[in-house]
Design a protein around this ligand. Structure first.
Ligand code: MSP
Length: 651
């Protein structure tokens, strides 16, 4: 039997699920569902990446042990995938014993091959990426991705002789031109590998939260070596495991472009070393921005997938994410665009099609499925519709197979529009006035219903719930939604239909405004409601309200270094500052001019509330706030007892 093994990256549990994670997972789900509908045996794996220094630090910040912390956040991912109707066959956690065993075995295989040696690493490290950077990659000692200061890390380390596999990898790329996709990413990877592969440091001694190196528990295995192995441990390991025999090599590793290099270079080299066949394809999708902005911690709330599912329904969200951008391109998540597509494409195009057809069946055909014409080729309009449906079916299949689900939707909407037009052209509501044409009305309605059945089956991988609802309204059961349409005519003539129920109710202007308001509010963390110019402490009768730890941790406090300071014209108390926050330079207006002269501030380190909503103070934009002591008048500025890099978190 034909098989299909698809994976998502396993998600770091230092962050709760957001739309970026949801996107990768939904696309993998769409492809898994498509291949199942084509009768293939599918294995769809996702999970969580729970080891490493980043997680250890996040746990510490939350005041929990790493084990308790990962348990909590992992549960959020599991729940989100349930809410989004993700049909994964397994959920792998890197803290599970079944995973650890395979990581150890893989390490051993690489060691047996002579590809692991001990040495010393002295380099610049980014904990965010869990990766070393060379001096030339590091831009001014900062991480090129996070823009945060890199840490100098000198430690004894095990190395993987990756350099040995450069030629074999290039040879593989040559022989399998679609191994890395899309082409633009393939070219980037090719030039990276051609630039020369260095040996990879694959163990750490600076923290404990990981899998110990076999035989040397002072070292923990580098988190990427640990994480990538999930694609094998999810199958039970190597040749001895049944799942491995059924599903390896993976058909598709899907991920965001940010982590392609790990999948397209490190992972294949590890497999070459271990003597394991390489996956068939590694596909990198693009990066989502939110309403035109880069996704940041504070913006994540607005794109909480669970909230969006609650507000617009999970299938509408799945549809939007898949339709909005071709897989591989970057996309912008705009709430307005989401509502626009729901109304235009789901409520209007598809919802109306169903409503119109079933309503006419009730009006003109006693609410029962009419029989199809004996000869579907007798009338040109019928023939064209049937042919179009067949072509759309093939195009949608090609698109799903080619990892282009947005193109599948484009094709399917061609059928939706053609079916709407078919009714306009055949005009059953006019034909019905002539008793001699009654039979033709039945044929037209039968074609109309059949085009809906096709649409439902073609769109089911993207909108599984709605496809089922649609089929139920056509008198079909749930089981039939897991199939792929083969021939025209899958409805039972004479079958009574229930009265039509709107598939996607239109979102009217009031509801639109309410939703946009709710999402906007979710984007505004609680502390942002405090005005910069007039901070009023909350002193109720019981004294100041107590913050929970969670509330406190929403504050993003950072060390800033004042680069420039000048007075704000016409405002005696205000200074306009330019403050280096590590990853960026911010303009901040501070009411400290009565205590501090501008020139006294340049070069000083201060503590900045970095995620305060921007405000205009006397017409000058202020993005953040500086902590200072004093009620009405500032008495002293926050400071640090030793100098630390700008951008360092304060907690
Ligand atoms: N744990 C590693 C992956 C190990 S796989 C062996 C990791 N985890 S992650 O949680 O940080 O990110 C996982 C994936 O989430 C990214 O590859 C990407 O697919 C997705 N996205 C996270 N943010 C995103 C956007 N803003 N836009 C699109 N996808 C993004 O990396």
């Amino acid at each position: 039997m034909d098989t299909f093994y698809v994976t998502t990256p396993i998600y770091y549990v230092n962050d709760v699920p957001h739309i970026g994670h949801a996107y990768t997972t939904i696309v993998a789900d769409v492809l898994a569902r498509y291949h199942r509908a084509r009768g293939r045996r599918v294995f769809f794996l996702t999970g969580t990446d729970e080891h490493g220094q980043k997680i250890e630090r996040a746990a510490e910040a939350a005041g929990l042990s790493p084990a308790a912390f990962v348990e909590q956040v992992m549960a959020r991912f599991r729940r989100a995938w349930q809410v989004l109707n993700i049909s994964n066959d397994d959920f792998l956690r890197t803290t599970e014993p079944r995973h650890r065993k395979v990581v150890e075995q893989l390490w051993q295989r690489m060691a047996d091959k002579g590809d692991i040696y001990r040495g010393e690493y002295d380099g610049l490290y980014c904990v965010g990426c869990e990766e070393y950077y060379t001096e030339s990659q590091a831009e001014g000692a900062r991480c090129p991705t996070h823009r945060t200061p890199l840490e100098r890390l000198k430690q004894s380390s095990y190395f993987f002789r990756m350099s040995r596999y450069q030629d074999a990898l290039l040879d593989h790329f040559e022989k399998h031109p679609t191994f890395v996709q899309p082409d633009i990413r393939r070219n980037e990877i090719l030039s990276f590998v051609r630039g020369g592969l260095r040996d990879l440091s694959i163990s750490r001694t600076s923290f404990r939260w990981g899998i110990p190196v076999p035989g040397d528990p002072e070292h923990v295995i580098y988190v990427w070596i640990d994480a990538l192995t999930n694609y094998l441990s999810g199958l039970g390991g190597f040749d001895g495991a049944e799942r491995y025999r059924d599903f390896w090599p993976a058909d598709l590793h899907l991920m965001g472009k940010d982590i392609l290099r790990f999948h397209a270079v490190y992972w294949p080299c590890m497999l070459l070393s271990a003597g394991v066949p390489l996956p068939k394809q590694v596909f990198a999708h693009g990066w989502w921005t939110i309403n035109g902005q880069k996704m940041s911690k504070s913006l994540r709330n607005v794109v909480d997938p669970e909230m969006l599912c609650e507000d617009v329904g999970r299938d509408a969200l799945r549809y939007f994410l898949v339709r909005e951008t071709p897989l591989g391109n970057d996309g912008d998540f705009s709430h307005a665009a989401l509502l626009q597509r729901i109304n235009a494409e789901l409520a209007n195009d598809l919802g109306n099609l169903l409503n119109r057809s079933v309503a006419m069946v009730h009006r003109y055909w006693e609410g029962k499925v009419p029989p199809l014409a004996q000869d579907l080729r007798a009338e040109a309009v019928d023939r064209e519709l049937v042919e179009l449906a067949a072509r759309v079916g093939e195009e949608a299949a090609r698109a799903y197979e080619g990892n282009a689900p947005s193109r599948a939707l484009d094709a399917i909407w061609e059928l939706v529009r053609a079916a709407n037009k078919y009714v306009d052209v055949t005009a059953p509501y006019s034909l019905i006035k002539d008793p001699a044409k009654k039979g033709r009305v039945g044929e037209v309605l039968a074609n109309f219903l059949e085009s809906l059945r096709w649409t439902a089956l073609l769109v089911a991988p993207v909108m599984p719930d709605k496809a089922q609802e649609l089929l139920a309204q056509l008198g079909l059961d749930a089981a039939s939604s897991a199939a792929w349409p083969e021939r025209w005519g899958g409805l039972a003539a004479g079958q009574p239909l229930p009265p039509p129920i709107p598939l996607f109710p239109r979102i009217d202007d009031d509801r639109k405004a309410a939703l946009l308001g709710r999402w906007q509010q979710a984007a505004t963390p609680a502390q942002e409601t405090t005005k910069v110019t007039d901070p009023k402490p909350d002193t109720s009768a019981e004294g100041p309200a107590l913050l929970t730890y969670d509330e406190f941790s929403r504050l993003d406090l950072r060390v800033g270094k004042v680069l420039e300071a000048q007075r704000v014209q016409g405002a005696d108390r205000l200074l306009q500052l330019r403050v280096d926050l590590g990853s960026e330079v911010r303009q901040i207006v501070a009411g400290i001019a009565e205590t501090y002269a501008p020139e006294a501030l340049v070069g000083r380190q201060v503590i900045v509330v970095a995620n305060l909503k921007p405000a205009k103070i006397r017409g000058v934009e202020s993005r953040g706030m500086i902590l200072a002591a004093g009620e009405k008048q500032v008495l002293a500025l926050s400071a640090l007892d030793v100098e630390v890099p700008p951008g360092t978190k304060v907690r």
